[in-house]
Design a protein around this ligand. Structure first.
Ligand SMILES: Cc1cc2nc3c(=O)[nH]c(=O)nc-3n(C[C@H](O)[C@H](O)[C@H](O)COP(=O)(O)O)c2cc1C
Length: 442
């Protein structure tokens, strides 16, 4: 969706104080992270100072029971747990900081398109046009069980339902024309019925009559994000998305991803510029690469030995607690495929990981380099971002994954790396307009 070559900048706020970070300096034990908005408002203000485009909350409504067959490890360690619904935080953050946009996740597998369309319309109103929807198909077993599924729906069936879900949501957002509101006090006309349309959708999964009983919001529809890596995921993105998140880990793999997406876009009559990609990356600002490595070492030293395998179990729905020292990642490929989970991202790991590495070794690395990493001086980080950006078509930017300290990681990025990118003319120095879509386009 980016018409310019600007490097767009976002940050993932999903796990800023769970995932062993609560043990690191810079995290506060006992602080009411979910009971006050100040922590998140401060981050929004930092992002605004860095003219960042977007802050993102992921969501899965579950407690993983994949490691050892129960929830003990994830609860004991605070690994992707707890998972509060972060939607209420967004309007508070939006009020505290101007310019920056907000992405919220909602599953197409467990929710209803009417509710989703109505909620995101309301969020777009209260943020004054700064909302994005991360439309996910949800690959986690405990979440499936929470929504009444003893067996998780098949991967491709989830995407088929998502296709219908998005079609309906978009139709609902278009069901009231932008100039429908009349407000003619003399004639007593509130709105023009000819500009409000039923949807009359009848499909395999949903029947929705419409219209959406809501005024069109500033962006009309949220910025739509789809992060699928599999074939059906990429097709869904090509049909509906404005933006993709991607966890590709090497430049060739990123380039291949971009090509695949462009081919899918062409097949549905859209252009490469219609979808920008934000590549997931962990950034570690330090005075030197050695200092950055020392921060990583301190983090790894503070986590339990099985942490990586707990994380992988949750991510792929497979019990990695049974792994013996001689086992390799590829030994689990069939199991991951059978669990109908995040197959696309597992395949990416298989492609990019040293096949000789033991699972235990890999598990620990998984916590620190499962996504791209740029660590070192601001100049070195800016060089790397610039290189990857232009080698992949300069069409999107980066989303920062969590670093080792909650707020400091984003603050250091904004204070040291963003000015370097701005000096080079690669990052925005001011917001182009009030809506997220305008800023992503500029
Ligand atoms: C940056 C990023 C954020 C994601 N956030 C979520 C999320 O919040 N909830 C979720 O269920 N899946 C999330 N996913 C997973 C994707 O939606 C998708 O399922 C995954 O990339 C695998 O692709 P596939 O479903 O096409 O196999 C995220 C993926 C990425 C790259």
């Amino acid at each position: 969706m980016s018409e310019s070559e600007t490097i767009h900048l976002a940050a993932d706020l999903s796990f800023l104080h769970t995932d062993y970070l609560w043990r690191m300096p810079g995290s506060w034990v006992g602080y009411p992270y979910y009971g006050t908005s100040e922590f998140y408002e401060d981050i929004a203000c930092i992002a605004e100072r860095g003219v960042m485009d977007m802050l993102f909350f992921g969501d899965t409504g579950g407690t993983s029971e994949d490691y050892g067959g129960n929830h003990h490890a994830v609860v004991r360690y605070g690994a992707k747990w707890p998972r509060h619904d972060m939607t209420p935080m967004i309007p508070l953050m939006a009020k505290a900081a101007q310019g920056v946009g907000f992405a919220m996740t909602m599953s197409t597998t467990y929710h209803h398109p009417f509710h989703c369309a109505r909620l995101f319309n309301a969020l777009d109103h209260v943020t004054r046009g700064r909302i994005a929807w991360n439309a996910v198909t949800s690959a986690y077993k405990n979440e499936a069980a929470n929504y009444g599924f003893d067996v998780m729906m098949d991967h491709d069936a989830r995407y088929e339902r998502a296709q219908e879900f998005l079609e309906i949501a978009c139709a609902l957002w278009d069901s009231v024309e932008p100039d429908a509101l009349v407000l003619d006090r003399e004639k007593g006309i509130y709105a023009d019925p000819a500009k409000v349309h039923r949807v009359d959708f009848r499909g395999r999964h949903f029947n929705v009559r419409g219209p959406l009983p809501a005024l069109p919001s500033p962006q009309r529809r949220p910025v739509i994000i789809q992060a699928g890596l599999s074939g059906p995921g990429m097709t869904l993105a090509a049909n509906f998305a404005d933006l993709q998140f991607s966890t590709r880990r090497t430049l060739p793999s990123m380039q291949q991803h971009r090509q695949e997406l462009d081919a899918k876009l062409a097949a549905v009559g859209r252009r490469p510029r219609d979808i920008g990609i934000l590549w997931s990356i962990r950034v570690q600002v330090a005075e030197s690469e050695a200092d950055a490595r020392e921060k990583e070492r301190r983090y790894l030293a503070s986590i339990p030995p099985e942490a990586g395998l707990v994380e992988m179990s949750a991510q792929y729905g497979v019990d990695f607690s049974i792994a013996t020292p001689d086992m390799r990642l590829s030994d689990f490929a069939d199991k991951v495929a059978a669990e109908k989970g995040n197959l696309g991202s597992f395949q990416e790991l298989l492609k990019t990981v040293d096949p000789k590495q033991s699972l235990q070794e890999f598990g620990r690395r998984f916590l620190v380099d499962r996504i791209l990493v740029a660590a070192g001086t601001p100049k070195a980080i800016a060089d790397k971002l610039e290189e990857m950006h232009f080698a992949t078509g300069a069409n999107g930017g980066f989303i920062l994954g969590r670093g080792y300290t909650a707020m400091d990681n984003i603050r250091e990025f904004v204070e040291f790396v963003v000015p370097e990118l701005q000096r080079r003319g690669r990052a925005k120095t001011r917001y182009a307009g009030p809506t997220l879509r305008e800023n992503l386009n500029s």
